[in-house]
Write a protein that binds this ligand. Sequence first.
Ligand SMILES: Nc1ncnc2c1ncn2[C@@H]1O[C@H](COP(=O)(O)OP(=O)(O)O)[C@@H](O)[C@H]1O
Ligand SMILES: [Mg+2]
Length: 255
Amino acid sequence: MEEKDQVIKTLTGSADATKMLSLVSHKLRTPLSIINGYSEAILSQSAKEKFSPFTAKALEEINKQGTKLCDLVDKLLFFNKVENLQPKDLAKKHINLKNLAKNCANDAISHEEEINTMPETATISKRGTFIEIDSPSNLEIKADEELLAFMLEELMTNAIKFNNKAEKVIKVQCANHGDSISISVRDYGAGVRPQDVNKIFERFYQVDDYFTGQIDGWGLGLTIVKKIIDLHNGSISVISDRGLGTIFTASFPVA
Ligand SMILES: Nc1ncnc2c1ncn2[C@@H]1O[C@H](COP(=O)(O)OP(=O)(O)O)[C@@H](O)[C@H]1O
Ligand SMILES: [Mg+2]
């Protein structure tokens, strides 16, 4: 384990670290919003064509990286919030799973387009990403909607992100098994190596980019997903094969 990882692991275990994470994230959020707000405002001005190609490119890059940083800070803040939640804190209500999955799929796809601001890759991801949702129309689950939405969007975003196929097909399946409800997200992307399957739920763990071709992010998404599932008394399983793709299945008991 690298020294950096050890420091992070020690820090994230203490109450002081929780406070520090929250403080640092909040302090970063304000200046970042200002940077992004101004760069967006300048970019959206009608006089944009007056910029030299270099200035236009520089502004786009400032905006792209600023948005990326904001997303990272938001994830850190959300991680901090969810880490400190207990089952009694959940705002549970009946949620229609098909509608929720559709909304999350829209968000996951538009997020992907934002990441790829290069015109050629944006076109590919726009045309080439399909999220198919297979769920009974009336299937409901009693859960915290914000948290369940995070779980679904994170699994879909990962399915898109760790996938370098020109055409990305993601299949989301929701099913009622009587005493439990399952939600699975399947991709045909890079897959997870057997030695990494358990590690990917650990804080800050990311498989090296040589294998997945992607290292953006914190390595916190699945840690948050696991915590959300635990808070709902559920479980998660992973079936994966290198090069063939991955199926993440979350199961929730029917109360
Ligand atoms: N659908 C997937 N296919 C292949 N690898 C995945 C998939 N989902 C997650 N992973 C691996 O698990 C790691 C941890 O995922 P996550 O916690 O969401 O962090 P992040 O998305 O910030 O890298 C990723 O870095 C990646 O290596
Ligand atoms: Mg992720």
